[in-house]
Design a protein around this ligand. Sequence first.
Ligand code: G4P
Length: 536
Amino acid sequence: MIKVGTEKMKYEKEINRRKTFAIISHPDAGKTTLTEKLLLFGGAIQTAGAVKSNKIKKHATSDFMEIERQRGISVATSVMSFEYKGNLINLLDTPGHKDFAEDTYRTLTAVDSVILVIDSVNGVEPQTRRLMEVCSMRATPVIVFINKMDRDGKNRFDLLEELEAELKISLHPMTWPINSGKEFKGVYNLHDKSLRLFTASTKADDEDVVAIADLSSPVLQKKVGDRDADLLREDVELIDGVYGPLNPADYLEGKIAPVFFGSAVNNFGVQEMLDTFIQIAPTPRDRATSVRKVQAGEDKFSGFIFKIHANLDPKHRDRIAFMRVCSGKFERNTYYKHVRLEKDVRFANPYTFLARSKDIVEDAYPGDVVGLFDTGNFKIGDTLTEGEKFYFTGIPTFSPEIFKELVNKDPMKTKQLEKGIQQLTDEGVAQLFSQFGGNKKIIGCVGDLQFEVIQYRLLQEYGAACEFRTLPFYKACWLTSPDKNKLNDFLRFKQQNAAEDKDGSPVYLAQSEWFLNTEITNNPDITFHFTNEVNK
Ligand code: G4P
């Protein structure tokens, strides 16, 4: 609990200097490279390549143990905190591997803004679309970094048009590129009217910047040549006419995304974006709960669990629950209310993640992420408070994409299997559905890897052997209807495709898009939801 006077002033200062965000991208667009450059600016790492070595190998799809081992290492880099120009920046890492996409979606519930990296050659890719859907649902402010300008990319106007149409967000160019690929000469900053000339380099601060207040100045020709100077003048005239100055409020409401062009591997255009980011990105935002809005600046502590990481090493069975502080000050060894379990809990060794090492933390402020050792008390969405009873809302689960029946291979271990699958699904490894009117257990995941993880962990941690039988479903939709009888009739009639999720909410399992669309059309009184709230 924050008291008055100097403590309150210090508290407010701490909140106002915090920016908590994530970098998101389709694999290979340059997320890891950009992360590394940002950490170099923040002084959190000294050498290029430091982040890379922790990276999950994207192509090692068959070796889940290797991936888990690397994920284990990546716990330390799950949150990277660094100082930059007086700001404390919490960068939340998101897994690159598509099979862990759910982890990424959940991490997005814990940030206040995102930087979206787009590969200028590939434009919008499948994962980009999904990630932006999650951001749109939450009206998360987005900054776009168009990467790999040193490669022959798409025409810049076409690319912006594609992004706007596919991602359903209005864009606002902050810089403008002069060509791409071998001809790439640099970017013109539309805001401070300076020209940044491209040099392939990995050093942090050696960009060649020229102020060009008036684009008709002969300096421009001298720097980029007649043809490109003319082209830039034309482009800028067009852009100025269309966009005008950026309204930061539109960005904060998630309506407009500022766009930067650059090349992460060459550390070009990165600092420019970071400098704008610290100016405009939101400080810890208010958060919706089941009862009221919680403001970051409130005196009393509150926070929620957005990710649980289990250790696959049998010698270290600890789980780590990642908690985002939403209001007040979190203090070590202090009792807080675990709202769902209605019990008081305290943490002797909470830790924070500073510059790739884990440190015991005495206190943490809104926007910070704290790692809590967990012996099975937490599930995704759990809320901690100083006594008040509410749950943080807006934490969605998404329809899985692969469905399999869980088959018990050892009837003597039925209890262990039950307990194991409950706990693993609490962690968010997978979703559990029970067939309507039957006792078939259906596991839904985003990627095939999770099935291997589940099988391995059930055996190692719970001593329960299982196997999976493939089911012909492609999507799960949560069902609601004002007419309970109609809903029950539908579930009875469609018994083969009907199930309940863990909380007992009815779900329709569709075999194909065609079946799903047919049911949606034939049942106007029933709403089919593609996402579900963890805390309803
Ligand atoms: P990800 O985390 O989004 O999956 O992408 P990552 O940063 O690993 O980048 C994917 C590949 O793209 C890497 O090459 C990286 O060096 C390259 N890359 C990143 N930024 C740029 C850029 O601005 N221009 C160009 N031309 N390439 C860029 P790789 O060959 O897969 O890995 P590596 O051998 O370089 O480590």
